[in-house]
Design a protein around this ligand. Structure first.
Ligand SMILES: *Cc1c(COP(=O)(O)O)cnc(C)c1O
Length: 226
C-alpha cells in the first residue's frame, strides 16, 4: 500500500524535479518500505528524530532537514545532512558553518523565505536575505554553500493565492541568482510544494518538492518515536 502510494506520487513528479519524501512521525519500517521501492531522499523536521533514523537506515539515504533548526540541535545533523532547507537567519548559518568546519564538511543550505500570509511560518524576506548575503560574516564562511531558496505557501483552498506565492518565491530566487550568484551553477534549487500544492509548485518552477502525507498517509502527532 505504502509502496503503491509512493509509486503513484513519484510518477507525477516532473523530470528535473526531485522528490523529498517527508518521513517525519513515520517509523523506520515505513521509511524502509519506501526506500525499497527506490526512494533515496527523505526529509525530517526534528534533529534528534533524523539522527535516530539516519543511524538505522542504509547509508545511501540522502537526509534533508526541512524544519525549524534550533542552534543547539545542529550537532545532531551536521555530520551527514545532505541539504538544510530552512536557514532563516545569519546567526543560524554562522552556527551551521562553525559546526561543519569542525567536521571538515561543506553543508549545502537553502534560505527559507516567508511567502505565506500566516504569521507563524518562519523565514526571511528579500531585504533580510540580501543583508545576509552582503555581510562580511557570510562572505567569510567556507563550510556552508547556499544552493537556493525554500518556502511554504499559505494553507488555503485558494489555488491562485498559492500560485502567486510560489511565483513570488521564484522571483526572489531569480533576483538573488542575478545579484549574488551569477555564474555559480550550484545556486539552482527552489524547494516548494507539499502534498496539497506540489502540482502548482512544479508549474511555477520548483526543483524540489517535499511530499509527506500523499506518500505515507496522515501523521499521528501523538506518536513519540524518539
Ligand atoms: C511536513 C512538511 C512537509 C510535508 O507536508 P505534507 O502536506 O504531508 O506533504 C513539507 N514541508 C515541510 C517544511 C514540512 O514540515
Amino acid at each position: 500500500m505504502l509502496q503503491e502510494n509512493y509509486r503513484k506520487v513519484a510518477a507525477t513528479v516532473q523530470p528535473g524535479v526531485r522528490l523529498v519524501a517527508v518521513s517525519k512521525y513515520k517509523t523506520v519500517e515505513e521509511i524502509k518500505a519506501v526506500y525499497d521501492a527506490g526512494q533515496r531522499v527523505f526529509g525530517e523536521n526534528k534533529a534528534q528524530e533524523m539522527r535516530a533514523k539516519h543511524e538505522q537506515l542504509p547509508a545511501d539515504v540522502e537526509w534533508h532537514f526541512i524544519g525549524h533548526l534550533q542552534r543547539n540541535k545542529i550537532k545532531y545533523i551536521v555530520d551527514y545532512v545532505s541539504l538544510v532547507h530552512s536557514i532563516d537567519s545569519l546567526d543560524l548559518l554562522k552556527d551551521v558553518n562553525a559546526a561543519a568546519s569542525a567536521k571538515g564538511r561543506v553543508v549545502p543550505c537553502l534560505l527559507q523565505f516567508h511567502i505565506a500570509e500566516e504569521e507563524t511560518k518562519f523565514g526571511l524576506d528579500l531585504a533580510e536575505a540580501e543583508a545576509l548575503l552582503r555581510s562580511a560574516e557570510y562572505k567569510a564562511m567556507r563550510n556552508v554553500r547556499v544552493d537556493g531558496v525554500m518556502g511554504m505557501a499559505t494553507f488555503t483552498a485558494d489555488k491562485e493565492q498559492v500560485r502567486g506565492e510560489f511565483a513570488a518565491l521564484r522571483q526572489i530566487f531569480r533576483t538573488l541568482r542575478e545579484r549574488y550568484f551569477a555564474g555559480e551553477d550550484h545556486f539552482k534549487e527552489i524547494s516548494m510544494g507539499m502534498s496539497d500544492d506540489y502540482e502548482i509548485a512544479m508549474q511555477e518552477g520548483s526543483t524540489l518538492v517535499r511530499i509527506g502525507s500523499s506518500i505515507f498517509g496522515a501523521r499521528d502527532y501523538s506518536l513519540k518515536l524518539y
